[in-house]
Design a protein around this ligand. Sequence first.
Ligand SMILES: NC(=O)c1ccc[n+]([C@@H]2O[C@H](COP(=O)([O-])OP(=O)(O)OC[C@H]3O[C@@H](n4cnc5c(N)ncnc54)[C@H](O)[C@@H]3O)[C@@H](O)[C@H]2O)c1
Length: 312
Amino acid sequence: MKKFRLGLVGAGRMGQVHLRAVAESAHVEIVAVAEPSAAARAALSPSAFALHADATTMIDAGGLDGILLATPSHTHLATVAAVAARGLPILCEKPCGISAAQAAKAAAIAEKAKIHLQIGYWRRFVPELKALKDRIQAGLLGELYLVSCFQWDETPPATSFRAKGGGAFIDMGVHEFDQLRWLTGQELGNYCVAASKTAFADAVPEDPDAVQLLCDLSGGGNGLVSLGRRFPVGDACWVQVFGTQAFTESRFFWPPSGEAVFFAALRAQLEDFARAAQGGASQGATASDAIAALVAAEAATQALGGQGKSEV
Ligand SMILES: NC(=O)c1ccc[n+]([C@@H]2O[C@H](COP(=O)([O-])OP(=O)(O)OC[C@H]3O[C@@H](n4cnc5c(N)ncnc54)[C@H](O)[C@@H]3O)[C@@H](O)[C@H]2O)c1
């Protein structure tokens, strides 16, 4: 069967991860890449795909079924608009802009253009988390007291990226806000936050190295989100659930197997997007989910006293 042909926009850190993840897919392939940086283009080995300097030139060259958008978050909205004007479905990396207002504009543009817009919250494609979600929503853990989501990276991204990423809650926290909503089927509110005051030489004032958040869940329990930029164990994400009937912990992304889990989830997400773009059902995050995650991230950023707040 013919593979779904994707054009990748942005071949930086995440774009290159997607290139590696899709390589083993039997259903989806990346046939073209748009990347404005000559140095980034030179670092690619483009035997399997065509290289372009920008998204519109790539799309106008034809032959694409959909777009995978992996440009910096502050460029998501403009790129969604440019792609939607050309009528292609979009899988946009999280968060879909750096504010809820930007995500809402992207959603409106996609709706008007009648294109499928999906957001890259890859946790929804991790089998261990899907099983946890099913257990929670079947009531097997009882009522929820506390759902804690931890995301600790081994090392921070480039200072230039951190300064424009919107801060820890908008760059990292959105994953946890989406995961809390998706796992529990509940909404979030009433945020209480704290940031660590530790300072490395390359620390970014807008993006503290470690931040913690407590919130209410609409079912009556609480959520906890813990984010860190420097974790000696390696890149790691884990969840703990305290219910009235049971406790469980899932170290679903943990060295040394975290990378394999991540790549498999990214591949499953791309294949889900391809099915959805062709009219099938999707298990992925919608533009509304992106807005909800950014609403929480903005409230958390505000509660932190504006640290990490970026222009809308
Ligand atoms: N899902 C995840 O776990 C995850 C992890 C890391 C990053 N991300 C997301 O991926 C996106 C990219 O992050 P990154 O770390 O790869 O950033 P990056 O800076 O490493 O790479 C971005 C690339 O996009 C290119 N670019 C910039 N503007 C462009 C445009 N208009 N058209 C085409 N290319 C353009 C840049 O030259 C660069 O090569 C961000 O939105 C980030 O939040 C997601």
